[in-house]
Design a protein around this ligand. Sequence first.
Ligand code: ADP
Length: 493
Amino acid sequence: MNILFASSEAVPFSKTGGLADVCGALPIELARLGHSPTVILPAYRKTRYCGQPIEPLGVDFIVPIGSKMVAGHLLKSVMPGGQAPVYLIEQDQYFDRDELYGADGKDYVDNCERFVFFSRAVLEAIRLLDLKVDVLHANDWQTGLTPAYLKIEYRKLARYQNIASLLTIHNLAYQGQFWHWDMLLTGLDWRYFNWRQMEFHGHLNLLKTGMVFADSISTVSPRYAQEIQTSPQGCGLEGVLQHRREVLSGILNGIDANQWNPKTDPHLAADYDADSVDQGKPICKAALQKELGLPRESHVPLLGIVGRLADQKGFDLTIEVMQRWVRNEDAQWAILGTGEPKYHKALEKLAERFPGKAAVRLEFSIPLAHRIEAGADMFLMPSRFEPCGLNQLYSLRYGTVPVVRATGGLADTIVGYDPQAPNPAANGFSFQEYSPLALDEALRRACDAYRRPEIWRQLVATGMKQDWSWGHSAKEYVELYEKTIERGKGVAN
Ligand code: ADP
């Protein structure tokens, strides 16, 4: 099968979050299964330094954006390992910037225009590069317009007639919502600007557009696929999702088992696997404590957090609980993240006042993320909602026990340990109610278990033995692509 991945980010070319991990790993796994994936991405400034060879193709194109005609160029690269070609859309006015979507906590004001351009470029690239495509796999709002362009404009053309489209929602909270006049930028007729198609409460909504026009919709865990059909997780789009529930499914993300492997991870002070975790992990813990300036105490539980400092990730709960724990409890905190200024401030303050208990790094550092995954004893994800979550899966592989709120993909992957009813499948700790008290209790349960080595070893071993690599999920995507092709057949525009 020929799958064209259209995405605004993919590892190693560009990354702000889990979307990049998925779009970097799934194509490689599909190629391993004998399929032919192709990836198409914007050429951001950072993309030039990604380490992969990038060549100009000498293929230029022009697309209409509102009343302008805008030119772009195609560059060629390849996924690491060489199995999947990657095409990059170069347009320096839009993409040669420091960041992907915005700076100083604010979105770029022309984000709609940038991704209208990218979406049109994706459709044009199929023709210009003579790509064979069975399924156009769009991801999130940035490529939400591609299923619409396919159905409204391109399916009339012979080369596009048999292309079906799938939209994967990686996070429904980010919808690409813009003022209604941006409809003009899309070049699509105003008749599509209605509450059943592209309009949402008076605004242009690019994610909704993708959800309406794609032949299939998926999201990144079965639980989240259910949750988003109801309020509040549906973020206002629950009605659209209920309406399209027949074509909506949830497939768990996998992890890139090469990049996230404690046995071969170049960022760690010691390598280890399930058999040698008792030797390797204490070395990683001591190295992390040293790196972060925390006292080198091997018996004190070290709690790790890596992620966007956003409301979604439960930082209001974390900070409230931390404020008590740094004063009263024998535990250390290692936090890596960037995001909202209010959380930057609160975390910095805690780290300043309690340097022996809390270490905070407000930056984006992949090596440090790996070292926290390896060096921490527990990994916290008290998310308000979590479409899939990757960090808990990395933690399981690194023998770091996740403490999570049971929502979305966290509920699908973490089986909580309950001392009253021990379950051999338990691989972490979970709580339900979104409250500081519930998080506090879950942490206490985790710290109690940490002090009982026979229980802790069992939890670590269960997680480390589980296989969260892409193998299984990629096969589910193949089945979904097959269904999508069937659904796309003979669909009238
Ligand atoms: P989301 O996509 O909602 O941000 P996920 O858990 O699905 O959350 O994926 C987040 C990815 O981004 C993980 O690979 C995580 O390690 C990485 N990440 C997030 N923040 C940072 C950071 N400050 N430094 C390094 N990696 C980070």
